[in-house]
Design a protein around this ligand. Structure first.
Ligand SMILES: C[S@@+](CC[C@H](N)C(=O)[O-])C[C@H]1O[C@@H](n2cnc3c(N)ncnc32)[C@H](O)[C@@H]1O
Ligand SMILES: Nc1nc2[nH]cc(C(=O)O)c2c(=O)[nH]1
Ligand code: SF4
Ligand SMILES: [Mg+2]
Length: 209
């Protein structure tokens, strides 16, 4: 059974697929933070903007691969054009996402993307992998479709990733108390280092999930 926090249809807000309609499937749990506020100060990843604890969100629950793939597909509007797309996120989706689930998504005609912190080897069959490295966590995925580095992160400077085999390089300002300052810093960094492109969290600007 896969433990799912929530499932909802929206636009991909970040990275190379920004603006693309997608069903978000948010897996419960992460290997870099328990998800409990009282543990945040001792977590490896302390800036997380997401509630991924439990199965109490919209369409959250415990599902088999067939159930989950059917539920995700049922969120996609009837439309003969456009490829139905699911983005697996979390929490850390690679703690649970495996080949049987990817195959079940594919049988439903879904293209499968994943948002991962890059600390776990991905299963075969993924159509799009977005890696977002975290300072203090060992990166094991060193080749993927995109890297989307939250900036600034002492210990995870962009220069460290330039030699890796990513097709797209994005910097995303760290949201939180210093969001405005971080956006300025990210903008300046991209202008000075044009290998990197700016990824804004456009769903937050639009006030959509
Ligand atoms: C909530 S994470 C879930 C997937 C996976 N655990 C990861 O970290 O990539 C989804 C995306 O949001 C980014 N993110 C999390 N907190 C953020 C923040 N405060 N500001 C900007 N991006 C953030 C992550 O780096 C990642 O790219
Ligand atoms: N609209 C929207 N786009 C996103 N891209 C990555 C997200 C995530 O939390 O993984 C996210 C999210 O939470 N919402
Ligand atoms: S690795 Fe991802 S889900 Fe886990 S705490 Fe960090 S941003 Fe949140
Ligand atoms: Mg998010």
């Amino acid at each position: 059974m896969y433990k799912i926090k929530e499932i909802y249809y929206t636009l991909q807000g970040e990275g190379a697929h920004t603006g693309r309609p997608a069903v978000f499937c948010r897996f419960t749990g992460c290997n870099l933070w328990s998800g409990r506020e009282e543990d945040r100060h001792k977590a490896i990843c302390q800036f997380c903007d997401t509630d991924f604890w439990g199965t109490d969100g919209v369409l959250g629950g415990r599902y088999t691969a067939e159930e989950l793939a059917g539920l995700v597909k049922s969120c996609w509007p009837d439309d003969e054009f456009g490829q139905p797309y699911v983005v697996c996120t979390g929490g850390e989706p690679l703690l649970q996402l495996d080949e049987p689930l990817i195959e079940a998504f594919h049988r439903q005609g879904l293209e499968v993307g994943v948002e991962t912190n890059g600390t776990i080897e991905p299963p075969a069959g993924l159509d799009w992998i977005c890696v977002s490295p975290k300072a203090g966590a060992e990166l094991v995925i060193k080749a993927a479709n995109e890297i989307k580095l939250v900036f600034p992160q002492p210990g995870a400077e962009p220069e460290r990733y330039l030699d890796l085999d990513f097709e797209n390089f994005f910097l995303q300002p760290m949201d939180g108390p210093a969001a405005e300052k971080n956006t300025k810093l990210t903008l300046e960094y991209c202008l000075k280092n044009p290998r990197w492109r700016l990824s804004l969290q456009t769903h937050k600007l639009l006030n959509i999930p």
